[in-house]
Design a protein around this ligand. Structure first.
Ligand SMILES: [Zn+2]
Length: 484
């Protein structure tokens, strides 16, 4: 039985290997209302739309390398957090994605895309600290820092900029090097660049703290997380946390953030249970995929001081049992300590299905979907159960309904392709497979799937036109990348 999660590349037995569902939204990101509009110089040369296009190309390259890790629960959690921090409606959000990488890092790309290393979530103490890092990154986005940096370096050609970012991402297999490496490549090592970077960093801290205060988080989490990174740096010696190589941390920067935090009213932290469950889940998944000691994965549980400790311990035990394919233990653990949090219900549905009781598992998911019909983790899990049971029609209906408001979700397209394959509906299977590949950044794969679909759709005017338009769009993407 699989803990449902998707990553491109490998197809191992425990985890289904899928790519992340993308939000290919064509709306350029806008600054939040209360933020200073400092991006004017940039927009003279590099419009928000162009920034977005560059970001999209880079993200597609990152995805096509199989670097993005889509665990539906974790992806959905990040999306909720993004929604809260940016105040944007979910349909307008450029994607924030997780990379399976234990190092401490997060990075912003042009257009509002943000990459978050799993190690960051696995390590930080609470949601406010994670929010602080993400608010800082979002501030870089809202202030168009990357575009301004490129502009100052006199590098205004769209394709060169995208090429620089994408090639760095691919060459190093480490897209987080992007921002730092780009500033090094484009800006040289002049003193002015260093100052510029520091200014950017301080501006991102200041605006990030403002975002935290406005969205109900504790602004003090910003200096707290800096102090944590600094302690890590001392502890690790020469091996500094990656985030500090792209966001240099000076004593004055820490002091400045700390002073600013004192000006905000004191705030007690919410100690989000959801954050702790996500952190637990990622630690366990990571330890299992890397075949390390699962006990290490939950060592941090001893440190939890909040009223949530017991719930987190129960969840950790259940997830560890699911991963070890001990579905009886997982289900009995969850039943012995019931909890209303949806993650517990999803885990129970999963171990119940693991025991072969698909009907009961579906009822559990239906209860979740009754209040939140578009809740992605429940939709994906339910579709998987339906397909296991060869109930293809309800699966197709469920997935198509979901895609109406999430048109770019590659993982859902992949499930849809599987459903059409079970139905032996080959034209639709190829079209869904093409969508999956397109939204995973695999444009060549998408093109050949669309062409196969087109061949099978002869004399069906509407389908033909639709697929021809998709082929054209895919070819445009291929040309854009070739031009880099
Ligand atoms: Zn920064």
């Amino acid at each position: 039985m699989s803990l449902f999660q998707f990553k491109q590349g490998s197809k191992h037995t425990l985890f289904k290997a899928w790519m992340l569902g993308l939000l290919w939204v064509f709306t350029p990101p806008l600054c939040a209302d209360d933020l200073p509009q400092l991006g004017e110089t940039s927009s003279l040369y590099l419009s928000p739309k162009k920034e977005y296009e560059i970001g999209q190309i880079v993200v597609a390259q990152i995805k096509n390398q199989g670097l993005v890790w889509d665990d539906p629960l974790v992806s959905e959690y990040i999306r909720q957090l993004q929604h809260r921090l940016t105040g944007k409606s979910k349909a307008d959000l450029p994607e924030w994605f997780i990379l399976q990488d234990r190092s401490l890092n997060a990075f912003a790309l042009p257009g509002g895309f943000i990459g978050i290393h799993s190690g960051l979530i696995e390590t930080l103490q609470d949601e406010d600290e994670l929010a602080a890092v993400l608010a800082h990154e979002w501030a870089h986005v809202s202030q168009h820092h990357l575009a301004r940096l490129a502009e100052q370096s006199g590098l205004m050609n769209l394709s060169t900029l995208a090429g620089a970012l994408a090639s760095i991402a691919i060459a190093t297999q480490n897209p987080s090097a992007g921002a730092g490496a780009m500033s090094a490549t484009l800006g040289g090592a002049s003193q002015s660049r260093i100052n510029f970077t520091r200014e950017n960093e301080e501006e991102a801290d200041r605006i990030g703290m403002q975002i935290l205060a406005n969205t109900g988080f504790d602004p003090r989490a910003m200096p707290d997380v800096f102090l944590y990174f600094q302690r890590e740096e001392r502890y690790l010696g020469h091996k500094i946390p990656e985030i500090l190589s792209t966001h240099p941390l000076s004593a004055s920067r820490i002091a400045d953030a700390s002073n600013r935090a004192d000006h905000y009213p004191k705030k007690s932290r919410a100690h989000s249970l959801t954050f702790l469950l996500v952190k637990t889940r990622l630690n366990l998944l990571e330890q299992t995929t890397t075949k390390k000691n699962p006990q290490l994965a939950t060592a941090f549980l001893d440190e939890i001081q909040t009223e949530n400790k017991e719930a987190v311990q129960t969840y950790a035990k259940a997830i560890a049992a699911i991963l070890e394919d001990d579905q009886h233990l997982a289900c009995s653990t969850l039943q012995a300590a019931p909890n209303a949090h949806p993650y517990f219900r999803l885990a129970e549905a999963e171990c119940t299905a693991g025991l072969g009781q698909y009907q009961t598992a579906q009822t559990m998911l239906n209860n979740v979907l009754a209040t939140t019909p578009q809740y992605r983790p429940a939709v994906i899990l339910k579709a998987e159960f339906l397909l296991q049971e060869k109930q293809v029609l309800p699966a197709v209906t469920l997935l198509q309904r979901y895609l109406r408001s999430a048109k770019n979700d590659s993982a859902v397209y992949q499930l849809l392709a599987k459903a059409f394959n079970q139905q032996k509906d080959m034209p639709r299977m190829h079209e869904a497979e093409a969508e999956y590949r397109f939204h995973s950044g695999d444009y060549y794969g998408a093109l050949s799937q669309y062409q196969m679909a087109l061949k099978l759709c002869k004399n069906q005017t509407i389908a033909e036109k639709r697929i021809q338009a998709k082929i054209k769009m895919t070819q445009t993407k291929i040309h854009q990348i070739r031009a880099l």
